[in-house]
Design a protein around this ligand. Sequence first.
Ligand SMILES: Cc1cc2nc3c(=O)[nH]c(=O)nc-3n(C[C@H](O)[C@H](O)[C@H](O)COP(=O)(O)OP(=O)(O)OC[C@H]3O[C@@H](n4cnc5c(N)ncnc54)[C@H](O)[C@@H]3O)c2cc1C
Length: 510
Amino acid sequence: MAAQVYDLAVIGGGITGCCVARDAAGRGLSVFLCEQGDLGGAGSSATTSLVDGGFRHRDRFALGALREGLRERERLLEAAPHIVRPLRFVLPFRKTVAQKTLLRAGFIAHDRLAGRRLLPPTRLLDGHDPAIEGILQDDIAGGVEYSDCRVDVSRLVILTAKDARTRGASINPRLRCVIAERDGSVWRLSLESSVGDERFVVTARTLVNATGPWTAAVLNHVVDAGRSTRIRMVKSTQIVLPKLFEHDRAYAFRTSDRRMIFAMPYAGDYTLVGSADEDFHGDPEDVAADIAESAYLTTTLSGYLRQPVYEDQIVWSRAGVRAVRADERSGARGADRDGAIEADGGEGRALLISVYGGRVAMSRRLAERVVDRIASGRPAGKTWTTGAALPGGAFEIDGLPSLERALRAAYPFIGERLARRLAGSYGTLAQSIVSGARMMDDLGRVFGANLTEAEAGYLVREEWARTTEDILWRRSKLGMFFSHAETEALEGWLVEQGLGGPGTKTIHTW
Ligand SMILES: Cc1cc2nc3c(=O)[nH]c(=O)nc-3n(C[C@H](O)[C@H](O)[C@H](O)COP(=O)(O)OP(=O)(O)OC[C@H]3O[C@@H](n4cnc5c(N)ncnc54)[C@H](O)[C@@H]3O)c2cc1C
């Protein structure tokens, strides 16, 4: 590892770092990425999973940013139609004509601007729509129904990392950068394995700090940047409640303090509600949902729903932190949502680029800006990620049902449920998990919730999975359907493979 001088070293394997690695590798740069935990295991796996076109830009009439966000949303849908799904949102309004007129005008402008090609247009709902009548309070007169998407961000990170690896990047989860020293025109990174005692040194011409909420800590304590940096951290909380409504649309509710919270169908029997944004001070590793934020969410929901909800109905909650470059006046909600980059160095001093903030929908574009900056003045290929499919995603955006049917036709024994899950998680690559099998037994043990040994093996071999948490809560969301005993059995199997084991085991219970 030590001999090669990479063009680029990336610290942080969340969505930002992986997108940068993929883009740069595709332009012919040699890339090394280290992630101290699991790929996407921090902020990227805690998102509300919305690929929103830029709700807040619309509110602020930031038309250029809104148009770009809407375009990126469709690009992401086209690049990964297996893990990005269109979702219709209902934004209710109360019985005031002004509110209705304003909302309607805003959304019509939104649709026109969008140059919408793939997603259905906005429409007005009256108070008798099944998403309103009987579910929302009587003073809700109607709503605006609009399109957005949701994405499995954990899988998006993995697919991006896989594509980066295919294009030549060295992707190294569970490797922590402890020191990055600038030595003239190169960076020297000291790295420590998070699961063993190994230490490595890697040298690179450019360093990208894509550590999300750790950006300032890494700049202040890891990277020898010669200055101290302050960022603002914003904590968002989500709660999961037993299913609150039967239809497949989601809700966007405006709060009395002008924030938005979302309630959307989740894992069949549940409703996910998020998120309350609050400034956060502390170590991102220690972030957890707290009672006040959960209460804020249930109280806001109860202000809209006919049946109030209470904190004791919460079955699960989680919180995450994201970093923003602080604009002291804008508050937690306003700052840097589409991401910002800061460069330091050049002209004989090795380049350092730090990334702040960002949204999932904008991650491809943000990475492109980072790599444009690195590639300038260096022999590198042209931008290429617009329109490039992610692994398993090279099919039509409405092609998932036929992918499922083809899988079932070739492997009838797997049944409808497993075919749907495999196609929806792996797209065209689902075949490679079941390839060669003639009956269910050929796929090995079933650990629980139709997770087979063949699939778990694929996740270990192809997707860097090491722990039950990686498999059950990030590569899949099957953890919700796994009993304690089933999780233990999977853990035992991982240990047999030389994985899992002390320090890597987390068992979630509901
Ligand atoms: C609760 C929540 C909900 C959100 N919801 C949405 C949403 O619905 N839609 C949307 O578009 N955006 C959403 N966001 C924003 C989105 O999640 C972030 O923009 C995105 O995940 C940031 O990714 P990242 O790669 O920059 O950071 P992260 O995913 O946090 O990745 C940074 C990585 O750096 C690693 N790291 C840190 N220090 C080191 C080191 N020394 N060595 C090696 N690795 C290191 C960390 O382990 C971590 O994995 C949400 C954010 C949060 C917190």
